[in-house]
Ligand binder design. Structure first.
Ligand code: G3P
Ligand code: CA
Length: 311
């Protein structure tokens, strides 16, 4: 089913326009300073070509023309904010070799599988890990970066889509993330048009905590397919509008909840679906064709491992 609403977010303006004869939708102050759509959002950096969530992946995403890099934030044992997707370290680092005796089962794991949990390691220990060689030996020596280091590396080159990953495990992380942004002067919407910031999470109370902390930064609710009935409904979107400024839906929901996508656009909520990968295309000739379809249907941006393949 073809959607007929195209949402335009004008750079530096407060106007959002719902096309096709609809009256202009009210724009939220938090979208000030965002680039004109469609946005290319490099998922964990240009993660098809460089190790995910590392500075080489983020810089490559910027080189490939992305308007944003997406990253995942968590906290070390000693309270430092680092960039890592999994709660555990073994998939993307050599932790099993460097710290062979530090694995333990997860609290609810009936299989008692031994894993290396980020929350058990200090930043000094995390810095000893190689986060590049698993992907390609040419990236050997690449480290898990701190949030602060990533900002320093990409500032002025590209924006940042910041995912608070499992924030319920890290009480108070919302204020700590805002404090890092404040140190860089990036804690206000529109503070640096060269480095726009969007916050996002699957965890709604965490987004609400960001609001309670007084942020004016744009905030997207991540919506997985299993939560689409709740959030991509009229009531759900009205609720979202009370604490967030946009949505990041799993891409399959365009097919299952087309009316919700239309309603979000009518409400002036930008939509940034995920995740587009050249390796997992179904129903299209290429990931480029797939992303073109979503943009045509009104997506404000696409979150992709392949920023170079965005049409
Ligand atoms: O930004 C959307 C996407 O990153 C959510 O999924 O698991 O890759 O963090 P995940
Ligand atoms: Ca993510």
């Amino acid at each position: 089913m073809r959607l007929t609403v195209l949402l335009l977010v004008m750079t530096g303006s407060t106007a959002a326009i719902a096309a096709c004869g609809r009256a202009p939708a009210p724009q939220l102050a938090a979208t000030e300073g965002l680039p004109p759509p469609p946005w290319t959002i490099a998922h964990r950096g240009a993660s098809a070509y460089a190790p995910e969530n590392t500075i080489p992946a983020f810089l490559l995403g910027a080189e490939q023309g992305a308007q944003f890099v997406e990253l995942d934030l968590q906290r070390t044992k000693d309270g430092q904010i680092v960039v890592l997707h999994d709660l555990t370290l073994q998939r993307t680092t050599d932790v099993a070799t460097v710290f062979p005796d530090r694995a333990r089962p997860g609290p609810d794991d009936p299989d008692r599988k031994l894993q290396w949990w980020l929350e058990d390691f200090t930043l000094d220990e995390v810095r000893q890990l190689d986060a590049g060689a698993w992907f390609d030996t040419k990236f050997a020596g690449t480290r898990i970066p701190t949030f602060d280091e990533v900002i320093g590396a990409v500032r002025g080159r590209v924006g940042i889509f910041i995912e608070l990953k499992s924030p319920e495990l890290y009480p108070g992380i919302e204020g700590e993330i805002l404090a890092v942004l404040a140190r860089h002067g990036l804690d206000r919407a529109g503070a640096d048009p060269q480095t726009p910031i969007v916050l996002q999470s699957f965890t709604v109370p965490s987004i609400q905590a960001l609001v309670a902390a007084g942020t004016t930064l744009p905030r997207h609710v991540l919506i997985g397919a299993r939560d689409a009935d709740r959030w991509l409904s009229d009531d759900g979107l009205a609720e979202i509008r009370g604490f967030a400024t946009g949505i990041s839906p799993e891409k399959v929901t365009l097919d299952t909840h087309a009316a919700g996508w239309r309603r979000a656009a009518e409400l002036g909520l930008p939509s940034t679906p995920w995740t587009f990968r050249a390796t997992t295309v179904k129903g299209f000739d290429s990931v480029t064709a797939e992303m073109a379809h979503y943009i045509e249907q009104g997506a404000t941006g696409v979150i992709t491992d392949n920023p170079d393949l965005v049409p």
